[in-house]
Structures are given as C-alpha cells and as structure tokens.
Design a protein around this ligand. Sequence first.
Ligand code: CAA
Length: 260
Amino acid sequence: MTWNNIQKNVKDGVATVTINRPKALNALNYDTLKEMLHCFEEIGASRDIHAVIITGSGEKAFVAGADISFMGDFEAIEAREFGKLGHQVMAVVENLPQPVIAAVNGFALGGGCELALACDMRLASENAKFGQPEVNLGVLPGFGGTQRLPRLVGKGHAAELLFSGKIIDAEEACRIGLVNRVTAPEKLLEECSALAEMIAVKAPVAVRLCKEAVNNGLEMDLTRGCGYEADLFGICFASKDQKEGMKAFLEKRSPQFAGK
Ligand code: CAA
C-alpha cells in the first residue's frame, strides 16, 4: 500500500516509517494521522516485522508538531475530535507489539515530541530539537505530552518544558532522559537500524512479552508488576523459541527462532 504523507519500507524484519511532508516540516494533519493509523495497524498485525523505526523526511525535522494551518479555525468539537485522532495514533504506536525506535533527525516539537514519546526508545541526531511549544499558541499539548513527558523525564523537567514552551537541544534532551543517545546526523539511521536489527534477531515472542511487561507493568505497583512478569515468564515456556533458545545455548550454537 502507498500513502501520500508517509512511506513504509520493510527490510530484514525492520519496518521504517517516514513522515513525509518536508515542506511543512512533516507537520501532522488529519490525512497524515489517518495514514499513520492505517500503516501502524498493518505493522502491528505482521508476524514478519520485529522492530520499527519512525523518522521524518528531510534534514530539518522529525515532526514539527500538529499542523497549525489545519487547526487554526477549529471549533471546540472539531479540536476534540482531532485530539482524539492524535491520541489514537500515539496509542497504536505505544502499543505496537514490536519495539519502536524514534530516529529524531531535527525538530520534534508539539505533536512531534509527543510522537517520539509514544515510541519505546529515542535516538537523536546532534541537530535535533525538542519541545512542547503549545503554550505559545494558546493551547496545551493535545497528543499526550502532558501525560507521557512527566512519566519519562519526571515532573520537574516536564513542567519546565510544558509551562515555558522552551526548546532544548539533543544534548540537554539526553541529559534529562528524553533521549537514549545522540549521534552525528549522518549516523542516525545507521545507529537506529543497528539497534533495530539487534532486536529483530532475538526471540520474537520474548521481545513482545518483554514490551508488554514494561508498558503494562509501569501502570502497576511493584508487587503486581512482578507477579505479572512471573506470568509472562511462564508463558514463554509455551513457546518453541524458549525450547530453541535454551537448547542452542547448551549445544553452543546460535539459536534459530521461529517466532512461535
Ligand atoms: N504546522 C504547520 N506548518 C508548519 C509547522 C506546523 N506545526 N511547523 C512548520 N511549518 C511550516 C511553516 O509554516 C513553513 O511553511 P511555509 O514555507 O509554507 O511558510 C515551513 O513549515 C517551514 O517552517 P519555517 O519557515 O517556520 O522554518 P524555520 O526554520 O524558520 O522554523 C520551526 C522552524 C522553529 C520548527 C518553526 O517552523 C515552528 O516554530 N513551527 C511550529 C512548531 C510548533 O509550534 N509546534 C506545535 C504545534 S501545535 C501541536 O503540536 C499541538 C499538539 O500537541 C497536538
């Protein structure tokens, strides 16, 4: 399937989704969000995709936010519907069974920062810039920023970004834990691909359950979270991958995982 505002490429079990509206710095309008929803649902249903990279087209932006020209004249009900669509997309990204890496290659502002926050991991190029500048526009973040940012970086750092609308560079984003690491711009996709490929050859059932344990466990207290982990640990023993992984170790060879 081809889309007008995004591209999807799949290679060696890794899907790369590129938001492709460079003239608007990849801003998210209704059509783009709808295409993303469809694309990520398709990826989520695939048993052959084991990791996902999301990036932006061009050298300047990951995603510069929700599309301001599209939103400017909204009535309240339209704005609410648009916000709900954005939330739906972020939830689909967050809950994809496969791990998702944001390759942040420039501005990640507003809805762009929120898209990066919905991913499991964020790698940034040295020219990346992060922020939730919505307060400059008379609104608050509408695609989950007030919720996911404090959960990731803590209330104090999140409050500073959310209330001031300030934009920070990649180095500061790394310092506060908003990104995993920073690379030279020309190395970003290479680094993300290397990480995605490292994940893609691991036991798929275990990786998917691991993501479930992290995401759902964060909503639980430690005792329940550990109980949940024990349940998922048990489920792994119903998979062929567990038999193969442990047998291969004992036979001193590389495992051949079937994802079952
Ligand atoms: N929506 C629509 N168009 C956008 C856009 C956005 N979020 N961000 C950039 N663009 C467009 C610009 O309008 C411009 O278009 P034209 O060439 O047709 O004029 C083009 O992209 C290039 O942008 P600039 O000329 O502004 O480039 P710059 O290098 O001077 O500045 C920038 C770059 C600092 C990112 C600046 O474009 C900017 O501040 N963009 C808006 C960032 C923002 O406020 N994002 C939050 C949006 S609201 C939101 O996301 C709400 C939510 O949570 C859901």
